[in-house]
Design a protein around this ligand. Structure first.
Ligand code: AR6
Length: 175
């Protein structure tokens, strides 16, 4: 079983095999965690994003692509595109679930054993944080249940206090 942990902090500082970026379908960068990753990692990440974009036309919502990590302490960056929250009737939940599972599959394909996730879609894309946390945890647990031992460590990196409290309550209800 992969170890699941929660950190209150900045994903660009995580020394794991792969960090996940909450990107947009253009793969050309943006604000939030996407901006932070490109700023800290430098231009090599964007250069590879542009190559992918030229090859396959960006990344669809719920899907994931992988690049180098530039100057970041991780080995790779997995870019996934979360859904924009509308009202919950546009398969937002299924698409968010897919972001986590597809990122994990990509990590396994690249023999990456540890992975850190931000709270995808819960910033600029406006996904309600409680629902997003429950979906993220369900997706990760479903994946680890059916892919035993393929990933050793999964970290939820919560940047804002509200998400940190939420994940702690869901994953460590006794504390
Ligand atoms: N480390 C970890 N988490 C962070 C960091 C950080 N350095 N900075 C912000 N967060 P958002 P989205 C958290 O808006 O909602 C971009 O412009 C933040 O507190 O980054 O998926 C993209 O290009 C929040 O909980 O991503 C897209 O256009 C979480 O990251 C769009 O935003 C996600 O917030 C994607 O929107």
């Amino acid at each position: 079983m992969a170890a699941l942990s929660i950190i209150h902090g900045d994903i660009t500082k995580q020394k794991v095999d792969a960090i996940v970026n909450a990107a947009n379908s253009s793969l050309l960068g943006g604000g939030g965690v996407d901006g932070a990753i490109h700023r800290a990692g430098g231009p090599a990440i964007l250069a590879e994003c542009v190559e992918i974009r030229n090859r396959q036309g960006g990344c669809k919502t719920g899907e994931a692509v992988i690049t180098n990590a530039g100057r970041l302490p991780s080995k790779k960056v997995i870019h996934t595109v979360g859904p924009v929250w509308k009202d919950g009737t546009n398969n937002e939940e299924g698409l968010l679930y897919n972001c986590y599972v597809n990122s994990l599959h990509l990590a396994v394909e690249h023999a990456l054993l540890s992975i850190a996730f931000p709270n995808i879609s819960t910033g600029i894309y406006g996904y309600p944080k409680v629902s997003a946390a429950n979906t993220a945890i369900r997706a990760v647990r479903d994946f680890t249940d059916s892919n035993f031992g393929k990933i050793k460590a999964i970290v939820f990196v919560c940047f804002d206090e509200e998400n940190y409290e939420l994940y702690t309550q869901i994953l460590e209800p006794a504390s």
